[in-house]
Structure formats: C-alpha cells, structure tokens
Design a protein around this ligand. Structure first.
Ligand code: IMP
Ligand code: MG
Length: 337
C-alpha cells in the first residue's frame, strides 16, 4: 500500500496541480482525492495546448484512470461542482464524501458582504469562511442533504482504505498553501482552515500512519494573493521588469511576487513533514532551462538555486518543474530517495 500527499509550501498557487498531474501519469493512482478548504482554491493544469482551471474537481482529473474524490473536510459548492463536472467530462468517476460541508448562496453573500473578509483579509468571495463558520456552529448542510449531489455520494475514507489494503497507490492533493494556514500561517491573513499535510490527511479520513510520502511544492518566486505579510515581496515594477506577472485562477487578481524565502521553506517543510520537495518555476531563475526534462542539462545557475533550496528545506528536491505543461518536468525521485 502507498499513499502520498502533495501540498503547497508557500502561499498557494505553487503549481501543485501540475505536480499532481505529473505524479498521477507516472505513478498511476487508483484514487486521487482532494483535501483543502473548498472552491476558494484554483488550480491550473496545462496539457498540450489546453489549459484547464479547476476549483472543486481534483486537479489530477487529467489522468483518466483514477477515481476522483472530494474528502469530507472539503466544502462543496454544488453549482461550481456541477459546472466543472460537465465542462471536464468527469461524470461517473467523481465522488463527494457524504459529510462534506455545503456552501450556499447565503455564505457567498456573507463573504462578499463582509468588509472584514472581503477587504481586510482579501478573501476570494467564494463563501468558504462563512460556510466553515457555520460548520463549526453545526448549522451548515452536508452533501447528503443535497438531492442534486445524490449521484456523487461516497464514503471516501472507506474507498481509500479499501484500495490501500489492496496494495494500490492513492494520491491526496492539498490546496492553498502553508502561509495561509489558519493555524500556522500569517493570521489573521489566512484562509478558514489549516492547510498542512496533516489536515489534508484528516480531510480525507486517512490516519497519519497510512501516509508514506509528503511532497511539498515550493515556487522559485513565491506569490501571494490577497492581503497579509509577505517578507520577500518585491515591488510590482521589479517583478514586471523581470517578466513575472501572474493572475489568480479564481479571482483574477494580480498576484504579489516575492523572492525565495529559505526560512519559510524550512519551517513549512518541518510542519508538513516533507519527505520530498518539488520546485516549480525554475525557468524563472534561468530562462534557458525552460522545458528541460533532464537534471544534468540544467545550467549552473539553476543547479545552484536547487542546491540552496535543498539546504534550506532540509530534504531532497525530487521534482523540478521547468514550464507550465505537464511534460515540462525533471523527476529525480528515484535518484534522491
Ligand atoms: P478565503 O479562503 O476565500 O477566505 O480567503 C482568505 C485568504 O486566502 C485570501 O488572502 C485569499 O486570497 C487566500 N486564498 C484562499 N484560497 C487560496 C488559494 O487557493 N490560493 C491562493 N490564495 C488563496
Ligand atoms: Mg491557485
């Protein structure tokens, strides 16, 4: 049996979706199940020339042989889910845990209408904060209370356990990033739940002793959307001049760009229990590395960056993303572990 968790090490949008997709194609999980907060997450996955943005469906959906699940800790917005299921054509292989909390129109109105959430914190306006508050107050509906979700309902922890017992590989994907964890992030400028690997396991009902690997994804140039401290942030003029511009998948807000933060990477790796690190955006450290698939071909500048990152993180860098497309990756997991 084998179970791997993939989480974000900085402030979200590290490129987890792409790492999940790569690991899925390579290691062939029978189930890809997501944890994390809910539809505030936005993942981008690029396959060939097609770019997909997802908020509810696990970003591993591009690997067609896996069953896709949404763990019980995750908030589900039935409208967003339905629209994605149709657009991505995943009906029949996507399942929702019967206990997932439900986001209603009222939660969205409260999120957008709250000056504290929408202005001070800079929330995504997707209703997650108010829905998690209602869940804690034990008044939020659950997936099993919603007729239009009936066809998707599953006991996700049981389904995962059955596969693990049969010796199969299961992939658990996290959302958001370490820096916006409710417990360990830059409170109060955080999301409405913990985002670390332990939470992703709990979201899916997978006990800690069943986890074999935790891959933490770090972006060479971290980004942050919304408000809150960002110690290595650079001015927009500087990042624009470097040719780095990014926009949020959910809110389309311009992302704030920063430099590598070794201290944060180390702390994040510690709390996540990182066994292998992934670095994304190495082509921003050195443009000539764009699209490379072999470690040996990386330039000295890129290799020096990876070595420094490895020293900071305190565990091997096993995956290096060299561009947005899923085949643009260096996978040295076999060599470093
Ligand atoms: P909320 O999760 O919508 O309440 O937003 C709280 C904070 O977390 C805001 O700064 C959001 O921009 C940020 N946030 C929430 N989800 C994500 C994500 O998936 N990626 C990056 N930032 C996020
Ligand atoms: Mg995102």
């Amino acid at each position: 049996m084998s179970c791997t968790i993939i989480v974000g090490g900085f402030f979200g949008d590290e490129g987890k979706g792409k790492i999940v997709a790569h690991v899925a194609f390579k290691d062939k999980p029978v189930i890809i199940s997501r944890g994390g907060v809910g539809p505030n997450a936005g993942h981008t996955v690029k396959v060939g020339a097609t770019e997909y943005g997802v908020r509810m469906v696990p970003s591993g959906f591009v690997y067609k042989d896996a069953k896709l699940c949404i763990g019980s800790g995750v908030l589900v917005d039935p409208r967003v889910l339905k629209q994605e299921v149709e657009r991505l054509n995943v009906r029949g292989r996507i399942f929702v845990d019967k206990r997932c909390g439900i986001i209603t129109e009222d939660h969205i109105a409260r999120d957008k209408g709250s000056v504290h959430l929408s202005k001070k914190i800079g929330s995504t306006g997707s209703g997650c904060g108010p829905a998690n508050a209602d869940r804690v107050m034990r008044v939020a509906p659950q997936a099993k209370d919603v007729p239009e979700l009936a066809e998707y309902l599953l006991d996700v922890p049981k389904a995962i356990d059955d596969e693990l017992k049969a010796g199969k590989f299961v992939l658990l994907e996290g959302t958001q990033g370490f820096g916006i964890s409710l417990y360990y992030g830059t409170y109060p400028f955080v999301t409405s739940k913990d985002t670390s690997a332990s939470q992703i396991a709990a979201d899916n009902g997978v006990g800690p002793t069943k986890i074999d690997d935790v891959i933490v994804v770090f972006k060479a140039y971290p980004t942050r959307v919304g408000e809150g401290p960002f110690s290595t942030e650079m001015s927009a003029d500087t990042s624009d001049a470097m040719g780095i511009q990014e926009f949020g998948t959910v809110t389309h807000r311009k992302r704030r760009i920063g430099g590598w933060d070794g201290g944060m990477a180390r702390y994040s790796a510690m709390i996540n229990g990182c066994t292998q690190a992934a670095i994304t955006g190495i082509d921003r450290i050195d443009k000539s590395c764009f699209g490379m698939t072999e470690y040996g071909k990386l330039t000295k500048k890129a290799k020096d960056f990876v070595r420094q990152a490895e020293a900071d993180i305190g565990c091997p860098v096993a995956l290096i993303s060299t561009g947005p497309e899923i085949t643009q990756i260096i996978d040295i997991r076999d060599e470093v572990s």
